[in-house]
Design a protein around this ligand. Structure first.
Ligand code: NDP
Ligand code: DXP
Ligand code: MN
Length: 397
């Protein structure tokens, strides 16, 4: 590929699970990609410096300004001299840095500003940070031109591929009967509610099929991740909640499906490896050869499907409820969950308390429109504070 066809990429959250895999994809094809900028929280300045030096980033940012001295020292030791920015404003500046594609691999609601800034700057947004779309909802959608957001989340990348595979006619909304989103079921699949009483963070962090950051891993255990993904699918593909189904598929090989009105179902299948959806979003509209391993059809293997147990795992039904309410409701669901995760990891809330508390916060919330960032952030702040109060009152007995 000629140098002027190089695609420049900004990777936000470059030291995390998505970020490091994105750099693997980029590094495997230096004729296709170059790294324009990197941004992180600041927990691992040494790794950020190493990435900046290896990939020749023009700019790096750490959200936590106290990490700057260690970062500068590590950069100097590697002979790298990118522009160094700090604080949330520094991260936002990297999100708007001149480039072709911004990959948002930041975790949680913190990723909202970057999503908005990248879209406003006109960049193609490879979106792993589902939370920003879910909480920003109409705000994010208003900013995004058709095709400007490319999903990185494996299920949504799969749906996108199924829609593309069906050709121009299959992509028409009236041709689609429903989307079927697959869920691994997490480490506690098959358990009843009573069997979830003494689940520890260590147990919840043991995902059966994917290796991911801690927040999404625990969200997979509670099925909150699948709830968020149902809302994400509704927003990305403009389809009603009554036409989005969840099916448990423990092997995580079928990443989702589209059922058409004529009874045909198109599914996307590949071994669980995020480098495939990342490569697809970064390389779009091309496919990157060897981005991930394909299924080995010489080995005997079985794919199974089962219904979701909504009694033991009510998070998906709750997400459908907040998604249907719209406005600030999804932001409240997400923020209450993030606060509860922190409490669970810190030992201050039992596993079942996570979704129970989110449900209480959602019930108390008076939904308002989410037409501005301020409205979304106010709902987010209220939900975190209320969830924290409820957690404390439970702990106090
Ligand atoms: N991991 C996966 O396989 C998948 C992840 N996703 C989604 O992708 C996103 C990232 O997940 P994952 O990679 O697992 O998470 P990780 O926890 O592994 O990584 C998060 C990254 O975000 C950085 N970060 C934290 N705070 C900020 C901030 N304020 N500004 C900039 N960067 C920040 C972290 O830096 P530091 O460590 O310095 O704090 C780290 O680099 C999530 O939204 C998740 O739901 C979706 C599908 C699959
Ligand atoms: C890899 C990915 O996209 C994750 O969101 C994954 O789907 C989590 O697995 P669960 O199906 O267990 O939520
Ligand atoms: Mn997913």
């Amino acid at each position: 590929m000629h140098a002027d066809t190089l695609r420049s990429v900004v990777v936000l959250g470059s030291t995390g699970s998505i970020g490091t895999q994105a750099l693997d994809v980029i590094g495997a094809d230096p004729g296709r990609f170059r790294v324009a900028g990197l941004a992180v929280g600041g927990g691992n300045p040494g790794l950020l410096a190493e990435q900046a030096a290896s990939y020749g980033a023009e700019v790096v940012a750490v959200a936590d300004a106290t990490a700057v001295p260690a970062l500068k020292e590590a950069l100097a030791a590697r002979g790298a001299s990118p522009v160094v920015l700090a604080g949330p404003e520094g991260v936002a500046e990297v999100a708007a840095w001149p480039c072709d594609t911004v990959l948002n691999g930041i975790t949680g609601a913190l990723g909202l500003t970057s999503t908005l800034v990248a879209l406003e700057a006109g960049r193609t947004l490879a979106l792993a940070n589902k939370e920003s779309l879910i909480i920003g909802g109409p705000l994010v959608k208003r900013l995004a031109a058709p095709g400007q957001i490319l999903p990185v989340d494996s299920e949504h990348s799969a749906v996108q591929q199924c829609l593309w595979a069906a050709g121009p006619d299959g992509h028409r909304p009236e041709a689609v009967r429903r989307l079927v989103i697959t869920a691994s079921g997490g480490p506690f699949r098959g358990r009843e509610r009573a069997e979830l009483l003494d689940v520890t963070p260590e147990m919840a962090l043991a995902h059966p099929t994917w290796s991911m950051g801690p927040m999404i891993t625990i969200n997979s255990a509670t099925l909150v991740n699948k709830g968020l993904e149902v809302i994400e699918a509704h927003l990305l593909f403009d389809i009603g909640f009554d036409r989005i189904e969840v099916v448990v598929h423990p092997q995580s090989i079928i990443h989702s499906m589209v059922e058409y009105i004529d009874g045909s179902t198109i599914a996307q299948a590949s071994p669980p490896d995020m480098r495939l959806p990342i490569a697809l979003a970064l390389g779009h509209p091309g496919r990157i050869a060897g981005a991930a391993r394909a299924i080995d059809w010489t080995l005997a293997h079985t794919w199974t499907f089962e219904p979701l147990d909504d009694k033991a795992f009510p998070a998906v039904a709750l997400a459908r409820h907040v998604g249907t309410e719209g406005g600030t409701a999804p932001a409240v669901y997400n923020a209450a969950n993030e606060a509860c995760l922190e409490a669970f990891i810190g030992g201050g809330l039992p596993f079942l308390g996570i979704v129970d508390t989110v449900a209480k916060v959602v019930e108390e919330h008076r939904v308002t429109p989410a037409d501005s960032v301020e409205e979304v952030l106010a709902a987010d702040a209220w939900a975190r504070a209320r969830a924290t109060e409820l957690v404390r009152s439970v702990a106090a007995g």
